[in-house]
Design a protein around this ligand. Structure first.
Ligand code: WTA
Length: 651
């Protein structure tokens, strides 16, 4: 996307899709809200916070001591009460909170009343294990209802959770547990993916060899596979939770109380623990979910296909939808199990009306063919969303035509783990959507694009760095345990503004186009992975002397990881294929399968400047099949020829 030819093509996109008339006429948010919010942002956010139920009202809407914000300061609130109990108290206990479908085809329907009972039981169980407000709990679970229950039980107790994506390795799990000092881990024996039971408990056992302070592991039985057991430490969820009382009196917590820590890749090898707090985050997740998806809680069936292990799952599977009293679908497995129409079969089965997914998934479905979704009745859909990476207009159009029946608006939503919720997106009842553009900052959001010197660019035909110039309620609090790094990463590039790390451009209509990361973070299938993290995994292998990693364009995953590796013993080629395959597995073991390089090129040297800096720009050119740019600053310009020789010609 950062390729200039592509960008020019994008900005000449002329197709426009205005909102369907009935949607616009009944939209939750109308055009005038932008003005209201611009005139009084604090009053506007205060209004959003009033959609929640507070145990005690705030004294101050915003206490802003840059770069630290306290939203709704002095207010007290319980997140689980807002996501569950209050809907039951309002007489909506029979509404379905979750339609859950397991990959093998088993299913559960959970109403708000049932969810309340299960969350209370789990909260009682955790309290019985000594968990109290402020204690951290690690959650390493598949996409099953217990995952939602576990998160809400933690929130109910004021115990911040850290959810670790089930696709991450034992090593990644360990480093996260240690970084936030979690003492309890909630996991499952395994989960179903691609038709098979994959293990999770084994990874926990492995991770905990280096975590002496973890006292208990609560294990959900999902697959029934054999698991190793450590008496005294390991406890079955069904033994402990199901015998608990279904009543639990929830305390309220300060609006600024920690709600969760979620790790994301930065530009160093060590992932950052993004801390979100309670009141501002929930108000923001709930308002944005209601506004951007035009949610009608009594009628819609909403489905976000993300995994709960990512922020999209936190804000738009768990906290936003449940705070709004929505009915959601949750699906455990992969889209092609047992057949490539599984997602569309689910849309038909549950009459899904809103679907929120990632461009990479859309491109994969495109590849599988138009005839796959065509076999299913998708007429229940009324709104489509995407998130995670720029969506190319071709995929956008395919989504609109083949999934949205040419009638559903598409909201392309830009945001980050750090932002807590959506910041840039069209509103479906207001804007004529453009394929490929995330369009406008939401009401109350102050986004600008700066040039290199921190000058605000005009809102017309200008590109630079995306920044936020005023705080918003969903913004992160800090990096767990590292205020300095928080300041440094987000607030030092342009003093006074939040630096998102994304390039962006205003087009001639004043709409925003996101252009991808401007730092060393790659975006693989919408997941952030840092080049340094993969490089350090590679050099941790005894056969690797040096490694450089870049993101290369990929038609399906957006970007793909390409690694250039100098082996310790140059063995002349025959072993190279074997080494590359071996190193791919090594990276999967160190970080997780999502970080596996698509390609590993074993090279004799890396292009370096005279000061010893690796010139990734040249490696990016090579991996994108472009002629490498200026090589004059290299110590040895023949290095590039040696590397080029290693590139397979069919690529
Ligand atoms: C990218 C995911 C273009 C961006 C919610 C951002 C996007 C990173 C979009 C955050 C979008 C997310 N268009 N790029 N609609 N949405 N991104 O923290 O580079 O996993 O900085 O949060 O994804 O990824 P994260």
């Amino acid at each position: 996307m950062s390729d200039d030819a592509t960008l020019d093509d994008l900005l000449h996109e002329t197709r426009r899709f205005p909102p369907p008339e009935d949607l616009a006429a009944n939209a939750n948010v109308t055009a005038d809200v932008y003005e209201t919010a611009a005139h009084g942002p604090l009053a506007f956010w205060e209004q959003a916070a009033r959609r929640l139920t507070w145990a005690q009202e705030w004294e101050q809407v915003l206490d802003w001591q840059p770069p630290f914000a306290r939203w709704f300061a002095g207010g007290r609130i319980n997140v689980a009460h807002n996501c569950v109990d209050r809907h039951v108290e309002a007489g909506r206990g029979d509404r379905v909170a979750l339609h859950w479908e397991g990959e093998p085809g088993d299913s559960r329907t959970i109403t708000y009343a049932q969810l309340r009972r299960e969350v209370c039981q789990a909260a009682n169980a955790l309290a019985g294990l000594g968990v109290s407000a402020g204690d951290r709990v690690a959650i390493y679970l598949p996409m099953i209802p217990e995952t939602v229950v576990a998160m809400l039980a933690c929130a109910r107790l004021g115990a911040p959770h850290t959810v670790v994506f089930g696709g991450f390795s034992a090593d990644s799990l360990r480093s996260r547990i240690l970084d936030c000092d979690a003492r309890i881990v909630i996991t499952a024996d395994g989960g179903y993916r691609r038709g098979a039971a994959s293990g999770l408990k084994t990874n926990v056992d492995e991770a905990l060899k280096g975590c002496p302070d973890v006292r208990n592991v609560l294990v959900v039985q999902r697959t029934g596979q054999d698991v190793a057991w450590q008496d005294g430490r390991d406890i079955w969820w069904h033994d402990l939770v199901e015998s608990q009382s279904t009543e639990h009196a929830a305390d309220s917590f300060d609006s600024d109380h920690p709600l969760f820590v979620l790790y994301t890749s930065g530009t160093t090898a060590k992932p950052k623990g993004i801390l979100h707090t309670t009141g501002g985050y929930l108000a923001f997740a709930a308002w944005t979910h209601w506004a951007v998806f035009d949610l009608k809680p009594a009628n819609d069936v909403y489905w976000c296909t993300a995994d709960v292990g990512w922020v999209t799952g936190h804000s738009y599977i768990v906290y936003g939808p449940l705070a709004n009293g929505a009915t959601s679908l949750m699906y455990e497995g992969t889209p092609d199990t047992p057949h490539r129409g599984r997602w569309w079969e689910l849309v038909e089965k549950y009459r899904v009306s809103i679907i929120y997914t990632a461009p990479t998934a859309i491109r994969t479905c495109m590849k599988w063919g138009d005839d796959v979704p065509a076999e299913f009745d998708l007429t229940s859909l009324r709104l489509l969303g995407t998130v995670g990476e720029p969506i190319n207009p071709e995929a956008w159009m395919w989504y609109r035509e083949h999934i949205g029946g040419d009638r559903c608006p598409i909201v392309d939503t830009w945001w980050q783990t750090e932002t807590g919720g959506i910041l840039i997106s069209p509103l479906p009842g207001v804007h004529a959507c453009k394929p490929g553009s995330a369009m406008r900052p939401l009401p109350g959001i102050a986004a600008e694009i700066y040039d290199d010197h921190g000058e605000v660019l005009p809102r017309r035909d200008a590109g630079g760095y995306l920044v936020l110039t005023a705080p918003w309620p969903g913004m992160m609090k800090t990096i767990w345990g590292d205020d300095e790094r928080y300041r440094e990463v987000y607030w030092s590039r342009f003093p006074g503004a939040y630096f998102a790390g994304d390039g962006a451009k205003w087009d001639s209509d004043g709409d925003i186009w996101l252009l991808g990361r401007v730092d060393d973070v790659m975006n693989i299938s919408g997941h952030r992975i840092s080049t340094t993290e993969v490089e350090s995994a590679l050099v941790s292998h005894p056969q690797v002397a040096e490694a450089a990693v870049v993101g290369a364009p990929d038609p399906t995953t957006g970007q793909a990881i390409v690694a250039f590796v100098i082996p310790r013993i140059a063995d002349g080629g025959t072993e190279e294929a074997g080494l590359a395959a071996h190193l791919r597995d090594h990276v999967a073991k160190e970080i997780g399968p999502i970080a596996k390089p698509r390609q590993i090129l074993v090279v004799p040297e890396l292009p370096k400047t005279r000061s010893g800096k690796i010139m990734r720009r040249l490696l990016r050119d090579i991996s994108a099949n472009r002629e490498p740019g200026d090589v004059t600053t290299l110590t040895d310009s023949s290095v590039m020829d040696q590397i080029k020789e290693k590139i397979p010609t069919e690529d």
